[in-house]
Design a binder for this molecule. Sequence first.
Ligand code: TRP
Ligand code: ZN
Length: 885
Amino acid sequence: MRTEQPQVIYLKDYQAPEYLIDETHLTFELFEDHSLVHAQLLMRRNPARGEGLPPLVLNGQQLQLVSVQLDDQALSAGDYQLDDDSLTLHPKAQTFTLDTTVKIHPESNTALEGLYKSGSMYCTQCEAEGFRKITYYLDRPDVMSTFTTTVIAEQHRYPILLSNGNPIGSGPADDGRHWATWEDPFKKPAYLFALVAGDLWCVEDTFTRQSGRDVALRIYVEPENIDKCQHAMVSLKKSMRWDEEVYGREYDLDIFMIVAVNDFNMGAMENKGLNIFNSSCVLARAETATDAAHQRVEGVVAHEYFHNWTGNRITCRDWFQLSLKEGFTVFRDAEFSADMNSRTVKRIEDVAYLRTHQFAEDAGPMAHPVRPDSFIEISNFYTLTIYEKGAEVVGMVRTLLGAEGFRKGSDLYFERHDGQAVTCDDFIKAMEDANGVDLTQFKRWYSQAGTPRLEVSEDYDSTAQRYSLTFRQSCPQTPDKREKLPFVIPVALGLLDAEGNDLPLRLDGEASAQGSSRVLSLTEAEQTFIFLDIAAKPLPSLLRGFSAPVKLSFPYNRDQLMFLMQHDSDGFNRWEAGQQLSVQVLQELIGQHQAGQPLSLDPRLITALATVIGNDALDPAMVAEMLSLPGEAYLTEISQVADVDAIHAAREFARKQIAEQLFDALWSRYQANREVSRRTPYVAAAEHFARRSLQNIALSYLMLSGKPQVLAATLEQFKDSDNMTERLTALAVVVNSPFEAERAEVLQAFAEHFKDNPLVMDQWFSVQAASSLPGGLARVKALMQHPAFTLKNPNKVRALIGAFAGQNLVNFHAADGSGYRFLADLVIELNALNPQIASRQLAPLTRWRKYDSARQALMKAELERILASGTLSSDVYEVVSKSLA
Ligand code: TRP
Ligand code: ZN
């Protein structure tokens, strides 16, 4: 916890380190009531910072200094200065060895940062600045060192002792203890350090590199989970092959390990050679993990593995460059998932997520550029903007350069910067140099916050057979109050004729047409493109594949959107047309609700969806996506002032109408797919995900009819299915239904069956927390008393509190402010336990500007109460103070 006002750190103040660390030798002695860390650092003056020997300021927090020695000289209190977060020494030579011993308390570390215990195992989380809670160090990513690590612990409780790199020795020690030493020859920043000690089992495999050498692969888990590692192992091997084939990147050490831990602040961490994962991102088998969970495991395993090149071999110079590794790595894992499954479905999911959550962040008080200019607490900047928008920025580079040009750029980037700590500018420079292009203006995507708007208008001249599109871009003001200059916006588009075919595209000034789907590169605030030889007025298909993270508007009418839904050659835009149609229809219903009028659904939405459901040729996953109405959170994001109750009422009304009017079609598709599921053993592959997603969305509509045959089918699916995807959907469908007795029954049966599986119990909590039935807060409060719930486990907090505040919008935003008060109380409690989790759970309250004045006042009052509640962590302080500013 901070003792002074937290300081703002600025990118413009960056300076190279005064000293470097060439070798780091660590010895950990783990005891039940404390641990000792001995560090020997081989250091030298950084020649880039010139002559002279300034004070050496090492980072350190919550460390108890036992001894410190510079070369042969043991230091005493007068020789150094200690404060809450640093140790200052006075070196006497250009090159020296520093030895320290500190005492720490992993056994009582609830922040889950640094060295801590998860259940009976020790593990670490050092990114971003956790290593300073382990030992005094230059804890910044541009200080890169080799590491040798010895772990000494009780043999019986901790038979497995792991760290980064290769094992180089092990043996018994006194008092029933033992030791193991690991050596990592690759220089790395301290944030990539990892240590694990526990009673773990492992699944082993090997991977043969393109160059012919074998890598040993191991996934370590608690013994009861040994049967849930296969999917992660298969995903790992696919990732390794993919990175060789698509980026020419081989793995470098002889061993690659993953460890699953139950208490983890984020998804997973790419520590060199020893990835540490939230167990939710490793463990998966049919009976206990949904299709979504299987895909998440595949994606996160790939993400962390890909960091070995984009993050570890080439790392960030400073934390302002975080998106250099995260944006690029998210882009890489998304491409991998697209290649392994359905590309269009993956794109739809990612765009829906980006538009709902990143756009909201970019429009809120924590808005920041992909490369921020300042921060108070770096942990608060592991955001949707850094990750998801950062990935979109990398994707736009590829769209502009083409796949081949992009690969030339990435090859040059890896060759030029291997072993270095670099910046986003270095990445773009490699892309520029490899392709002979100038991306100066493009780089505004890194420095300007906010989601650009793109207004498009058309003009057709039938005598000249010319069709023109005019694009006007603008970017809303963000809290930094900086002027926004035009972005480079790649717009992929096509023009459809009356039959729905793509027209050949010839721009004014071109001798002939160049393809029928092409990318226009916008660079001006306003720009017009003229297409020639257009015999009749076409219908434009704009921003195909969502080629840029912008809010595009074009005055489509509903009939045009229905036409695009059926005919657009771009699958993403077929879905997008359906979403835009749904938004128009839902906004009309919202207006009716607000005006106190009876709700009346535009029948064209039913017609459009009937065509989709009836289309057997369409990928069932696409049918499922197209049947999914825009979520309440997305409808909130696109509202000027979000009327939570009207949004909920309108969307539920539309869903019920769809269920009733399309009952027969939904019922037959449900039954046909359930029938296949019944006789097909579970397979985690795209076509099976597709079938189950259609089956399950159909079921969730059907239950809205309240018909007894649907209840019976749901209960049958709940009882008889062999996999969590079908079972959990059945559970959720009953929980959200009016059938009270059955609700209690299935919840009870599910909990009884899965009480020993914490990840499954997380799902059980989430389904109930997200249920929009009245009385949501009381249910959540009651569930907090359940023996399986604890505030100390981040997965539990996310499953119950996160799902309530983030998904159960009508209950969370109850007009009496009870949801806000509840969340604020929790944030205050979590602030003392786990600041990173406290700060993340706060996000829904920071969006107060979106709501009516009564709710605004209630939300602000809770933020003010948090601010006044005592000493806040820098994490919570930053988010609360910026939200109120
Ligand atoms: N670098 C991790 C990733 O792959 C992110 C991460 C894991 C993290 N644990 C963390 C960030 C704890 C901050 C704090 O994206
Ligand atoms: Zn990452």
